[in-house]
Design a protein around this ligand. Structure first.
Ligand code: OAD
Length: 231
């Protein structure tokens, strides 16, 4: 079996109706990133931050995986696949992917604000009760917060993502502007002889000297093309 690692970003879920972060119509044009996606923003106005992620969760519950997510999941039939995603949605899992590393956390989970990465404090939210309110407490007594890796915070699952690159045969990048580190730097850990494919309808700046096969299309159409290329 071939081993394939797929790095995905917001563009993967765009066809499911979830806005990307940058570019026209991007989330960060409408919400100041330092207010809703930093620990300082949360300290300054926790109610606003909780509301922002409550809204994102409501939006996610109304969304469905798209064909691109399903084709990524289908690859597992004949390949050993690891999805490394910057997305906090659960659309890869809902499409059937079984090995997903969430670099930036998970929208459907809450955690301690004292120790965001303590797995004992992580709580899964449900479709019936997808809300975190001011006053909701983690088991350590701290305010429950979204299980999201904010700007300026550590990315603990980066080590797992790097480890997943061992002995890979193919690396695929889908729908990320490669602006945010360390996620964007994952490509630097891909051995030089491994073919790299990039699916994105727009121009993406890939730093470094490596050869990348670009499929300049949206995630669903791009995945169909990729399957023709890799068989
Ligand atoms: P960006 O919004 O920076 O980039 C989205 C990419 O998706 C762009 O390159 C678009 O061209 C592409 N795109 C748009 N529509 C697409 C489609 N239908 N199919 C495929 N690609 C499409 O999002 P990310 O690179 O994911 O972090 O952003 C990285 C991180 O920055 C996010 O995880 C988030 C954000 O701030 C946190 O919130 C911590």
């Amino acid at each position: 079996m071939r081993k394939i690692v797929i790095l995905t970003g917001a563009g993967m879920s765009a066809e499911s109706g979830i806005a990307t972060f940058r570019g026209s119509g991007g989330m960060w044009n409408n919400y100041p990133v330092e207010q809703v996606a930093t620990p300082e923003g949360f300290a300054a106005n926790p109610g606003l931050v909780l509301q922002f992620y409550n809204e994102r969760r409501a939006e996610l519950l109304g969304a469905e995986p798209n064909e691109g997510h399903r084709l990524v999941a289908d690859l597992e039939k004949n390949n050993d696949v690891v999805v490394v995603t910057q997305n906090v949605d659960d659309l890869h899992e809902r499409a059937g992917s079984t090995n997903v590393i969430h670099l930036h956390g998970e929208l459907m989970k809450g955690c301690s604000s004292f120790a965001p990465n303590d797995p004992r404090m992580v709580r899964t939210l449900t479709a019936q009760h997808p809300v975190i309110a001011l006053g909701d407490k983690a088991d350590d007594g701290s305010q429950l917060r979204p299980f999201i890796v904010w700007f300026g915070e550590a990315v603990p699952r980066m080590d797992d993502a790097i480890a997943a690159l061992r002995d890979i045969d193919i690396f695929v990048i889908i729908g990320t502007s490669l602006n945010v580190y360390p996620a964007a730097g994952l490509l630097n850990f891909v051995p030089a002889d491994v073919p790299v494919y990039l699916i994105d309808p727009n121009d993406v700046q890939v730093r470094g000297v490596r050869q990348v096969t670009t499929i300049r299309k949206g995630a669903s159409e791009g995945m169909r093309d990729l399957l023709k290329l890799i068989g």
